[in-house]
Design a protein around this ligand. Structure first.
Ligand code: 4AD
Ligand code: MG
Length: 505
């Protein structure tokens, strides 16, 4: 069976293709159908002069999402979507579709999420899912090449890994079980058996609020390496992110075009060493006490705010000028052209107005940040504003980090954790660190976090029998996709998002 992606190898040949009508328009005795088949999009031309009456009538009967079997000849045409066109000789309808609910008009997001099972067929969603697929493949390639063994952690667990506040409880033959928040503890056991491992599976967190960064079910990649310290861990994270970014940049050009994702910044990221900031310095940068390239965050944000305000004024002027021309009377083509421009400016103004509202509150929360706290989303946005590439923040106050994190021998108030913050306002995409090997400190921490000691005996065995320094990290797949595709919300990164109060479809 030929797919649209195979058209390039079938120029001038009559082939059969199966798919759905993404769009149709008519012009005199011609029908133009944009066919999608999952592998791509292609325009199919039905010319009443060249087909029998049945085919022409069938073509006229197709609506958005009617499924069809089309026979036709592939013609190369660079101007067309995908670069090829199909000159149809026969068209059969497989399944009808009337009043398809997800149209080209602007729908509200809640509506689209309700219709997620259909929304997935839209071009943008198609592009995102393909990026997701390529990323997963690339991630496996990286770790396999580096000599890691994929090892799966259980989904039902008896232990809390990342604190008890976000656990989903379930029932397991009469016992309480939790859906895993992270495979890490099991990853540690498997690293001591296999050396370097990575888990890649679903993880669950009861995040009882709606944010653009949180899902209740997300996929995490968690490498764990025996005999690694946190510096080696950071080297690996950097190599890993650069590898997948390079791969995806080379292999998803069409998808990025559809998403209108400007990938210019990727090149720089691939070729630049990621800045490594201690938590202390990150706080200083956040609060405007440490300059980056001769500027503080606060100065930079104030400048941004001025630019944003000027941007709004300029666009309003552009709109007014075009409205005046339209009011003066112009031909329909020209009017549509101008109206399109106006609509674009209006959309840009909407984005700028959100920024104009956000920046002052970012400045305020940066100023008010207290040393020793964890960074919030806006703090991460402010810190990363100073860099075009991901930054790694390490040496965290141990009090705000998980029980398993290794305390620094020289500075016992610090833990050897690392967070990677993505640029362009995306914030944390990776959390990891070196693991505590001191049995007494570990027991003290487990008690301090009010975790039931007996549940962790198996974990403590890892320190009792042949304990070694080891480290690892967790990358949230959906956070990575959101950043790479530059999406405004994480819900579009996964086929069926599970979020606060969202269980269907
Ligand atoms: O920083 P976190 O909580 O770290 C861990 O779970 C460690 N046990 C990982 C390890 O060292 N093996 O989570 C890791 C990453 C975050 O950086 C983020 O990318 C993602 O998981 N993440 C979420 N993604 C989507 N929705 C959520 N609710 C997420 N919570 C965490
Ligand atoms: Mg974290």
């Amino acid at each position: 069976m030929i797919q649209i992606k195979d058209f390039k190898d079938n120029i001038g040949i009559e082939i059969v293709v199966h798919g759905w009508t993404a769009n149709r328009r008519s012009s005199k005795r011609l029908e133009f159908i944009v066919l999608r088949d999952g592998s791509g999009f292609a325009q199919c031309i039905v010319d009443a002069n060249n087909v029998d009456e049945r085919t022409y009538k069938n073509a006229k009967l197709t609506n958005q999402e009617t499924s069809v079997k089309i026979t036709g000849t592939v013609v190369k045409d660079d101007k067309q979507i995908g670069g090829y066109e199909l000159h149809v000789s026969d068209l059969e309808i497989i399944g009808t579709s009337n009043n398809y609910p997800v149209t080209n008009k602007k729908h509200g997001v809640e509506f689209l999420i309700d219709k997620r099972h259909l929304w997935l067929r839209s071009k943008r969603q198609w592009a995102i899912m393909r990026v997701r697929n390529k990323l997963i493949y690339s991630i496996h390639n990286f770790f396999q090449k580096e000599g890691f063994v994929q090892a799966d952690a259980p989904v039902f667990t008896g232990n809390a890994c990342e604190g008890t506040s976000t656990l989903f409880a379930s029932e397991f033959y009469g016992e309480t079980a939790y859906l895993t928040q992270s495979g890490q503890l099991y990853g540690e056991a498997m690293a001591l058996a296999l050396g370097k491992i990575y888990t890649f599976g679903p993880t669950f967190r009861a995040e009882k609020s709606k944010t653009r960064r949180h899902l209740s079910e997300f996929w995490m990649i968690e490498p764990e390496m025996a005999f690694y310290n946190n510096d080696m861990n950071m080297d690996l994270i950097e190599k890993f992110i650069k590898y997948v970014l390079k791969d995806i940049n080379e292999n998803c050009k069409y998808e990025f075009e559809i998403l209108r994702r400007d990938t210019g910044s990727f090149e720089k990221i691939i070729n630049t060493k990621f800045p490594r900031l201690t938590y202390d310095n990150a706080v200083k940068i956040l609060k405007g006490e440490l300059e980056i390239n001769g500027k503080t965050t606060i100065e930079t944000l104030e400048q941004d705010l001025e630019d944003v305000k000027r941007g709004i004024v300029e666009r309003k002027k552009e709109i007014a000028e075009r409205e005046k021309i339209i009011a003066g009377g112009v031909k329909r083509g020209k009017r549509n052209f101008l109206q399109n421009k106006i609509n674009n400016f209006k959309n840009e103004i909407k984005d700028l107005e959100i920024k104009a509202k956000n920046i002052p509150s970012w400045i305020k929360s940066a100023n008010e940040f207290e040393y020793g706290n964890d960074f919030g989303g806006s703090d991460e946005t402010v810190i990363t504003r100073m860099f075009d590439v991901p930054v790694m923040v390490y040496n965290w106050p141990h009090k705000i980090k998980a029980f398993y994190m290794k305390r620094d021998n020289d500075a016992p108030e610090l833990a050897k954790g690392v967070d990677v913050l993505a640029p362009e306002g995306y914030g944390e995409i990776v959390g990891g660190g070196e693991r505590e090997t001191n049995l007494e400190l570990l027991i003290e921490k487990i008690k301090g976090h009010n975790l039931p000691m007996s549940d962790f005996e198996w974990y403590l065995d890892l320190r009792r029998y042949g304990s070694v320094p080891h480290a690892g990290f967790g990358l949230g797949l959906e956070r990575l996709i959101a950043w790479i595709c530059k999406l405004s919300h994480i819900r579009e990164t996964i086929p069926f998002p599970r979020m606060y109060k969202r269980l269907f479809p």
